[in-house]
Ligand binder design. Sequence first.
Ligand code: HEC
Length: 210
Amino acid sequence: MLAIATVSLTVALASCTSDPQSPGIEYMPDMYRTPALEPYSGNSNYADSMEARIPAEGSIAQGYIPYGIPNTNEGYELAGNILKNPLLSSDVTLSEGKEIYTKFCTHCHGKEGKGDGLTVTAGGHPPPPAYDSQTLKNLPEGKMFHTITYGKNLMGPHASQLNVEERWKVIRYVQTLQGNEANAEETTAEGAEGETISEEVTSEETAMNN
Ligand code: HEC
């Protein structure tokens, strides 16, 4: 009993310290002390002592999918030929696409995509063509993606506002405004029937690489 009491007392006293920042005795401290650096405390591993290092060349941020097609006329044509919407047209995708459209596109393109948004009717800006016009009715989704990414003439780029998935979602919704259901349904039917594995890989790769 005496031995136990002595040991407990010693441990209890040893864990007291006058430093309010001290956690006292720590059991296996390396388990909860990470090697992270305190902000502005300096980094002795590098001569410049900078803590936030510049990412290595070619680094890609987590979740960011680079768009590899250049902003040129050839790039625009290429996008139209090779890019396919990786998202199937579902009620959820369409309603999310509509929400994005309402926030980012309606003021120019108008609620129904007729090119009569407030910037046109109230602001006097030149109208964008209607989605269901002869010009845009059959516009391939790849070209839409390219235009939303880089912008086109009076339409600014939206790559910093909408991530890749959001761009494809809004495209699904724009396709309903094109009044050309075949555009949207074609890919839906393909997806629903189940593509062969190699096709799936190709379209995934296309989406990843771009
Ligand atoms: C500042 C006004 C403005 C905004 C905001 C805007 N657009 Fe546009 N958009 C235009 C104009 C103008 C054109 C016609 C460009 C041209 O062909 O000269 C256009 C063209 C397009 C086209 C046809 C592209 C092509 O390749 O011919 C699509 C598709 C499109 N917009 C979708 C969108 C979507 C989706 C959004 C929202 C994410 C959006 N736009 C936001 C003004 C705008």
